[in-house]
Design a protein around this ligand. Sequence first.
Ligand code: SAM
Length: 406
Amino acid sequence: MSSCAICNNAIKPFVSFGKQPIANGFLTKDQFKDEYFFDLEVAFCSNCMMVQLVSQPEREKMFNENYAFFSSTSKRMAEHFKGFANFIRKDYFHDKDPFVVELGSNDGIMLRNFAQANIRHLGVEPSANVAEEARKNGINTTCRFFDEEAAHEIVMESGKADAILAANVMCHIPYLHSVLKGMKILLKPTGVVAFEDPYLGDVIEKTSYDQIYDEHMFVFSLSSIKNLFESHDFELIDAIPQSTHGGSMRYVLGHRGAHPVSERVLRLLSNETELGLGKTETYDRFRENCAASRLNLVSLLKDLRTKNKRVLGYAATSKSTTVLNYCQIGPDLIESISDSTPLKQGKFSPGMHIPISTPQEFRKSYPDYAVLFGWNHQAEIHANEQEFTVKGGQWIMFVPKVEIVR
Ligand code: SAM
């Protein structure tokens, strides 16, 4: 038996995705022999409702100077974060000289919207390479992990914050109690915490099990976030569903009693009851759906191989690591994966060691089929790669179900 990372209750895994490597750990051939693997198992805590990994690799293995995820590679996400910044400025800035802090600010994709408007800002970003990229672009960034100690130092140096933001970061952090203690210290009495993360309801409904990998310690729901933040005297004041990352939720929180609570919170909470997010049967069904998805994807790829079709992967996402290793799909089934991130190109995918190529190579010699690992950026990718389908290429999707689409 393990214990819940939030409330210490006894938990046991409802699904295992087997041995998995570091999801963003793209490697060279000489690194194959020392590659790190861990057991990717997921549990649901019936006491505080948190869905979580049973164990996670140590943080420095994932977030360091070789971090392969540069947020600004997606134009759609840049637009999204402009909208997020405007939402905060319009609805939650009341001070004449507001100060905004973002956790996991990466290459500055969100904070640049504040920097351009001369708003005081600070990014807290532990991965040195992406933090440096942000600094180069004029975004104030401190290269460290956010926790209670970091909050004390920020308050001493810059004062309290009107808004503390995060996107696709909170679900990465196992020591959330220290983070929330830090937020309590850093946030002004009338300030807000606003963050987005992939939403449990979407993961369950779409069987998007690829949202589960080393970095994603938690898959949040309103219920789990409400329980966690209330234990630190915060209040969930709004929650707004987002279409990003295949279905996310934006949570807005304030100190208890400081803001009115939107009626959307109650509506979404009752929706979670209808979805069965508090019932163990829901998670048993999810496990069965994952196994069925694996069977369908592997059968399809094996069938295409016997027909001598060329199959490539498109976008070597962190999420693809779970799929490839859970389904044991290697270079025999997918020849290479095309990705636009220079740091990944010329290397091999974590665990299954599929070569990573460039979008130019993909376009030079189109395959018959491309597995769309970046399915959450489907519209953007389809628009960029129209010629592939015009020339007869077909996309293989696996979320919400395994299918071939033209
Ligand atoms: N916010 C960006 C976005 O949505 O595109 C980046 C998200 S990226 C998936 C997660 C980021 O969180 C990484 O840049 C990582 O270095 C950072 N991170 C991880 N743990 C953190 C912590 N304790 N405090 C602040 N940032 C953290």
